[in-house]
Design a binder for this molecule. Structure first.
Ligand code: MTE
Length: 317
């Protein structure tokens, strides 16, 4: 007998946000944006001219369901961590200096096909889809986002990694003229993150090019960012310019800054507190509610197997 196991974050249909409601909300939001006009609507709504704009909205992949409403676009777009543009949450005020065209992404290291892609060629060559993902920051807040993008595995298939490649290392741009905080040389710029090859190949690992049915707004890390929803948000590196296949475990920006607080794995776990934040619950942004946090952010059915045999490692920070 075939028994369909309900995955952790799947909830009965009648409790899910009806798509129509979401679409209506989106229409209301974008209508409001149009009415409000450029003078009052924040700069981030106006991305740089984007030759891929007609590819949005992409068809939703219904596999990925939420247990909560989608966070309203304006809440999400005005509460961000993007330290290249400042250390407060309102970087939507300063991020307009990020220039997202022209933009290239180098794929290099231990691969058969090293290549530098123009971002528009890359986006056009990839199978774009929309996915509803939860997003959980180590600061104990969470949200739910309709990302658009492509599975990292699709890019990996093009690059053809050598069998010696064990990790994927991601790097953000380095340009202090564009990103004022990068003038503060005591921080280990550029922002770097990494995954094991098995994590990179996992179905959930998503390269994000859009959100809310449009090209990615600058505060979220246009034109290309990572989404690994079972890990704390700091793993989801923004504005990527380089993807390197390597046999050395990458040392991330945060690990370099404070290795006692931020580790390589960073899997969401309510039982392992960060020195400054309990991880037992999270504030759902835009709702005023706190909800219990789930192991692997509720995505255990997809990813728990990746960590079998690694129990001795500090997998959660
Ligand atoms: N990527 C870069 N390049 N710079 C950053 O400061 N912040 C990280 C991550 N990616 C960050 C980054 C952190 S701490 C979080 S929680 C998420 O981006 C926030 O993503 P959001 O602003 O889209 O919610």
């Amino acid at each position: 007998m075939l028994i369909k196991r309900r995955k952790g974050w799947e909830i009965p249909e009648h409790l899910a946000t009806p798509e129509a409601l979401f679409l209506n909300r989106r229409a209301v939001l974008s209508g409001a944006a149009a009415l409000a006009g450029a003078a009052v609507w924040p700069q981030w709504a106006a991305a740089d001219a984007d030759p891929t704009a007609s590819l949005y909205p992409a068809k939703r992949n219904e596999t990925y369901k939420l247990d909560r409403d989608i966070t309203p676009e304006d809440v999400n777009g005005k509460y961000n961590n993007f330290y290249e543009f400042g250390f407060t949450k309102d970087i939507y005020r300063t991020v307009d200096s990020l220039k997202t065209r022209p933009w290239t992404v180098a794929v290099d290291g231990m691969v058969e096909d090293k290549k530098t892609y123009g971002i528009d060629d890359l986006i056009k060559a990839m199978p774009l889809e929309e996915r509803l993902y939860r997003h959980r920051c180590v600061e104990a807040w969470g949200m739910a986002v309709p990302w658009t993008g492509f599975p990292l595995s699709a890019l990996i298939a093009k690059a053809k990694p050598l069998s010696s490649a064990k990790y994927v290392r991601f790097e953000t741009f380095l340009d202090a003229k564009m990103a004022p905080t990068q003038r503060q040389t005591w921080y280990p710029w550029p922002y770097v993150e990494g995954l094991t090859m098995a994590e990179a190949m996992n179905d959930l690992t998503f390269m994000v090019t859009g959100a809310y049915g449009k090209p990615l707004p600058k505060p979220h890390g246009a034109p290309l960012r990572l989404a690994t929803p079972w890990k704390y948000g700091f793993k989801s590196i923004k504005s990527i310019v380089k993807i390197t296949f390597t046999d050395e475990r990458p040392v991330s920006y945060w690990e370099t800054l404070q290795s006692s607080e931020y580790g390589f794995w960073a899997n969401v776990n309510p039982k392992v507190p960060h020195p400054r934040w309990s991880q037992a619950t999270e504030e759902v942004l835009g709702t005023g509610q706190r909800v219990p946090t789930l192991l692997f952010n509720g995505y255990g059915d997809y990813v728990a197997d990746l960590y079998k045999g690694l129990e001795g490692q500090p997998l959660y920070m």
